[in-house]
Write a protein that binds this ligand. Structure first.
Ligand SMILES: Cc1cc2nc3c(=O)[nH]c(=O)nc-3n(C[C@H](O)[C@H](O)[C@H](O)COP(=O)(O)OP(=O)(O)OC[C@H]3O[C@@H](n4cnc5c(N)ncnc54)[C@H](O)[C@@H]3O)c2cc1C
Length: 274
């Protein structure tokens, strides 16, 4: 189908982009979620503001002891970044598992997080890695803890007029290990279930899921059950995965099967960190 007509602009800076936001104006990044929605006429903005080439949103750098990924950095740029490979290799490997080459060349981390598809890969990874999301609007800047960012089905803490400008990760302490394991939808490569886990030097863990429920989530029950990294403890912890969550069901996986997958992939992720 052909979308409703809209105006298009491509500002060079974040400030210019912010100036152009207003009623029924939408940001365009990689377009891999927004353009299909426009073509299906599920969305009818009057104007698209294309932020995909704003240099300040493309940066991947180390700053103030944190790894900083610009909101419009593509999956491919994250995959190829030496900074990411050195400090957060889970993100580099995880990027390689997003979609196919075309998706990775155009799709952006900021676009994926803002869109908050319940089966997207990045949400589980950023929650397990521990991050802060930086947002700008016309009145200033605010920082949102990763754990507070996803608020429900395709919902986030972003407000009208916001641009997600950066995703910031503390440089992991020596000895930290992270992994992302997913059961892949074979056509789109989205996660039917994805589990990201981080093993911290003090023996604690951060465990997060995507694909399982309406929104990605940290699994504090599993995290609390990891009292040591023996196989028995990890198996018992993984057996509690997604406890209390409203498990999704669709034509790819029933509720029961998804819960089973969550526990299998949780154990797989934890065992990968032993
Ligand atoms: C065939 C196919 C396969 C895919 N497979 C996978 C997969 O395996 N795993 C996976 O995780 N994803 C997958 N995706 C999704 C893909 O990663 C998209 O790129 C991503 O969901 C959206 O990013 P985008 O840059 O394309 O955003 P866009 O489509 O441009 O924008 C999406 C939404 O976010 C808003 N937005 C964009 N950038 C910002 C910003 N910086 N600040 C605030 N709001 C913003 C837009 O206004 C829009 O509402 C797939 C998509 C397709 C079409």
């Amino acid at each position: 189908m052909i979308s409703y007509p809209f105006e298009y602009s491509r500002p060079d800076t974040i400030e210019e982009a912010l100036d152009q936001l207003g009623d029924n104006v939408k940001l365009l990044a990689g377009g891999h979620s927004l353009i299909p929605a426009l073509k299906l006429r599920l969305s009818a903005p009057d104007k698209l503001v294309d932020i995909a080439r704003i240099p300040a949103l493309k940066e991947i750098k180390v700053e103030d002891g944190e790894v900083v990924i610009g909101g419009a950095a593509t999956h491919r740029e994250i995959m190829d970044s030496e900074i990411i490979q050195e400090h957060l290799p889970m993100l580099s490997k995880g990027a390689a598992a997003v979609g196919d080459p075309m998706i990775r060349y155009k799709g952006t981390m900021g676009g994926s997080l803002a869109h908050a598809d319940p089966s997207a890969d990045w949400p589980a990874m950023i929650l397990a890695a521990g991050c802060t999301i930086v947002v700008r609007n016309k009145t200033g800047e605010r920082r949102i803890g990763g754990d507070d960012f996803f608020t429900g089905f395709y919902s986030t803490a972003l407000e009208d007029g916001d641009i997600l400008t950066q995703i910031r990760f503390p440089i992991p302490a020596e000895g930290t290990r992270m992994t992302y394991q997913k059961f892949t939808q074979p056509a789109s490569r989205f996660a039917i279930v994805g589990c990201a886990a981080a093993r911290l030097p003090d023996g604690s863990a951060r465990v997060a899921f995507t694909g399982v429920a309406d929104a990605p989530f940290r699994d504090h029950t599993v995290e609390a059950a990891i009292t040591d990294w023996s196989e028995g403890t990890l198996e018992a912890a993984a057996a509690q995965a997604a406890e209390g969550q409203n498990i999704n069901a669709d034509h790819y996986a029933s509720e029961e099967y998804r819960l089973h997958l969550a526990r299998v992939y949780c154990k797989r992720a934890l065992m990968a960190l032993v």
